[in-house]
Write a protein that binds this ligand. Sequence first.
Ligand code: SF4
Length: 625
Amino acid sequence: MISAMSPRDPALHPILEKVGRGERLSREDGITMFRSTDVVALGQMANAVKQERSGDAVYYVFNQKIEPTNVCVLTCEFCDFAAVPGAAHAYEMSLQSILDRITPEVHEVHITGGLHPTWPWEYYLEMIRSIRQRFPDVDIKAFTAVEIDFFHKKFKLSVQDVLAQLQEAGLSTMPGGGAEVFSERVREKLFHQKIGAGPWLAIHKAAHRLGIPTNATLLYGHIETIEERIDHLLRLREAQDETGGFLTFIPLAFQPGNTGIKPTHEYTSAIDDLKTIAISRLMLDNFPHIKAYWVMLTEEVATIALNFGADDMDGTVGGEKIAHDAGAQSPTALTKERLVKMIREAGKVPVERDAFFNPLSVDAEFVVGKIPYLNSVPFYAFFDSPEEKILPVVPRRMGILARKKEIISGPFSLMDYVSIENDFELMEFCIATRDQVKSVLLFSKGGWRDLEGKRIAITDDTATSIRLLHVLLEHKYGVHAEFVRLHPGVNDLRGFDAVLLIGDEALHCNKYGLPGFELVFDLAREWYEWQKLPFVFAVWAVLRSLPEVRKASLHDALKESLRRSETSMAWLGAQHGKRIGLTAEEAREFLEGFNYHLGDREREAITVFKKLNAQVKQILWTLNS
Ligand code: SF4
C-alpha cells in the first residue's frame, strides 16, 4: 500500500504523496525520479499503481512477428536491419510465404518492415486481406506511423484514406514503433529522414478517430537526455487525453549492435531499464498498460520489470529480426510455457490476451474477478486474503472466463450469472442501485421514442446493461432499435443515434459531455421510476466445487472490505475519484448510491427483470468492424 511506503530519497516524498492522492505528476517530478538513485522506491510506487489498475494480472499474447522485407529507402543511423535494393542480405517475402508463417494457435500477427521502393499499394492491402481471409480470428497489428506516412506520400493518398483502406482490408491495431524519441535534436542527428513527433502523433490520432487502437514506444539509451525522455512521455500523455486510443506504452531499450551510433554504454543497464519502466507507469496515468518487451530487455530484466509497473510481456513473438539484427541478446521467440513460467516467477497471474487486451485465458488457481469500475471498489479496497489473486476484467469478459471456470468468484453480471448458476452459487453481495447510478447511461441525439429503427452503439464491456436497455426500449417505450457492438478501444461514433456507456467511461462522459449526444438517460433511474425496484447489475457468486473453508475465507475477506469501505466512503472517493475526473465529493456521492448487500428487494428485482427479459425479442446485433 502506498501509504505504508517511505522512500530513502527525500526528494521522492512529495511524489509519493501525489501518487497516493491519485494526482498527475509534473515534468519536474519526472526529472526528479530519473535523477533519483532510489530505484526500489520507484519500483514500489509503480507496482502499487500497476496493482491498482491491473491487479495481479500480467498479459501476454500468442503472436507472430512478420517483417515482409528489409529493403528500405531510408538509412537510419541506429538501424542494422535495413538493406539497400540488390544487397546480398536483402529479402522480400511473397504473400504465400507470409501466410505460411502463421500457425493456427497464433492470435496476433505483428507486421512491420522496410519501406520498399517498388511494392505497389495493392500488395500491402492484399497482404492484410489474405491474412484476414485465411485467419479470420487473428488480430492484425501492422505498420508503424513511419510506414503509414510512407504509403501516404508514395501512393498519394491522404493518411485517413491509407488507414481506412487498411482497416477495410482487416487491420485491427497499429504498433507503436517509429516514434523513437520526440526530440528534434535527436532526430536531426540520428534519423533526419524519418517523420518527427508532429506527423507521428497526427497519424496515431487519425487512427484513433477511425477506431484503430495503437501502441506507443520510446527508444531510449542512446544520445537522448533525461529531459527528452520526459518530454516524450508528456506529449504521449497529452495525446491520450485527447483521443484515449493508446493501448500500451513500450519503452524500447536501444540495441547498439553494429549501428552507426556510439552510445556511452553498449547496452542500457538493468537499473536504467527498470527505472524507465517504473517512471513510465507513474507518468502515463492515462495509459492502460505498460509493456516489458523481453526482446529488448532480456528475459531476466523483463521478469523483474513485472514488479516495477509493467503488466504486459508482449508475447511469444516468433521470428523477430529488427531488434536481433541490431544485437538484441534475447532469443528470437519464446514458448508460451516459458512466458507463463516467467510471469509466475514474478508472482503474477499469466493472462493470455488478444490485441485489444481482452483476457482469453487465465493460467492460475484461485483467481477472483474484479470489475474495473469505481462502483466495485468497496469490495477490494480492504480485501486482504493473500491466497486469492485479483484479475480486473470487464463484465462481459468475466462471464466468458467463468464459463471456462478460470476464475473462482467475482461480481458477475446478472445475465452471466443466469448462464453459470449450475456451477456457481450466490453469495450475499451484489452491486445494486438505490435509485439512479449515473454509470449506466444512454447518450442520445433524441428522446426514447425517436430511437425506433435507429442504430445504438454498445461498448464491448456490457452484458446486463444491454439487456436492461433492451427491456426498457421494448417494454417501457415500445421501440425497436439495432444494436451495434463496438470493438474494444476507441470508436468512431459517427453514424449512431445513441451510445450506451457503462462504468467509469460513462461517469466521465456524464460530467464532461459526449459531443453530438446531448441527451443523457440514466437506465437505473428509468428502471426505478418504472418498477419502483432497485436494479441489480451484478451478483457475487463462488464456484460450487471450491472447498467450504475457502468459500468461507473469501466471504469473510469481502465482508470485511465492505464493512471498512462503508465507513470510509469519503476516503475512497478521494482516493479513486481523480483517476476518472471526479472530485472526492462526487465520487463519494456516487459510491453511496449503491447497495452492496443482496436482500429481499434485490432478489425481487432480479425475478422481475428475468421475467421481462425472457419476453423481449432477440436482440438485433451487428458487430462493428
Ligand atoms: S529504422 Fe525503419 S525506416 Fe529506418 S532504415 Fe531501418 S527499416 Fe528503414
